[in-house]
Design a protein around this ligand. Sequence first.
Ligand SMILES: CC(C)(COP(=O)(O)OP(=O)(O)OC[C@H]1O[C@@H](n2cnc3c(N)ncnc32)[C@H](O)[C@@H]1OP(=O)(O)O)[C@@H](O)C(=O)NCCC(=O)NCCS
Length: 278
Amino acid sequence: MAYYPLRPLPDRPRRAVADAWLDELAAALADPATDRAVLCRRTLAEIAYPAYAANWETAVNDPALPAGLRLALAALDPREITLEPEYYAECDEARFQRVKPLLWLWYSFDRLAPGGQNVDVGVRLRRLLAPYIFRRCGENFKAFQHVEFSFGYNMEVGDNCVVHRHVLLDDRGGIVMGNNVSVSDYANIYSHTHSIVDQRDVTDAVTVLEDNVRITYHATVLAGVRVACNGMVGAVAVATKDVRPYHVYVGIPAKSIRVKPNAPQDMTNVCLPSARDR
Ligand SMILES: CC(C)(COP(=O)(O)OP(=O)(O)OC[C@H]1O[C@@H](n2cnc3c(N)ncnc32)[C@H](O)[C@@H]1OP(=O)(O)O)[C@@H](O)C(=O)NCCC(=O)NCCS
């Protein structure tokens, strides 16, 4: 067996710049008086359009500036853009508007030079934002680039969870992750579904990934499915029904191909994790 733990990397010479930027953001987020929309706009303007950061209001209203530039400047403010989940009937307006600026900052940072594949700063920024977006966020949350949510506020995440690049976390009906959950690249976790007769008929259902669950590359978990502790959903599988503890499911629809060799003999009461009773 080849065991490849992550390599420690040497410090970047200018790491203090990122530290200062993140400290400033952390202080602003912790201050209840902070207007999150203004914080988002200012933070993005400083990175993307520094020439206009101090005079955003004047520039965005200046008809002498090219319309495209004014559009780009306007879009730095979360109140000037719409996100798809805002259109959903069951969107809790008050809760969503509270998290929307932070979602917009998260998504927009991913598309700028300092963000995207810049792992260190990106992970630290997302770790900073997540507790202010999610209903609950445990220790050491790690998200890579281009993760998308529905509401964000319906996420419950335990300790040491990792979400890899390009993952869709549709928390419309709620997603609960226990501890040590890993969601691999391009996976989709859904918590809403549509009637086959009338697509306006939507059912929301909480989807649960219990402790030590691994959802691997390009896999999909449908709404209301519970992946029990230590369960695994294989590459490209579609989990349409609950996954049993310590089982490895593959295929469409996902079926068990094996029980992990580390499964206890007695499988009763093996799952007593943080997400179990939700
Ligand atoms: C789920 C997985 C771990 C199964 O690995 P495994 O237990 O070693 O299984 P095997 O390779 O022995 O395959 C057993 C059978 O299932 C099939 N199978 C394995 N993975 C499959 C998948 N993702 N989809 C469909 N069938 C699959 C194999 O073809 C084999 O079928 P056969 O018996 O007809 O020949 C692996 O295939 C997988 O999806 N890995 C994803 C990559 C990964 O490890 N990601 C982790 C990052 S978090």
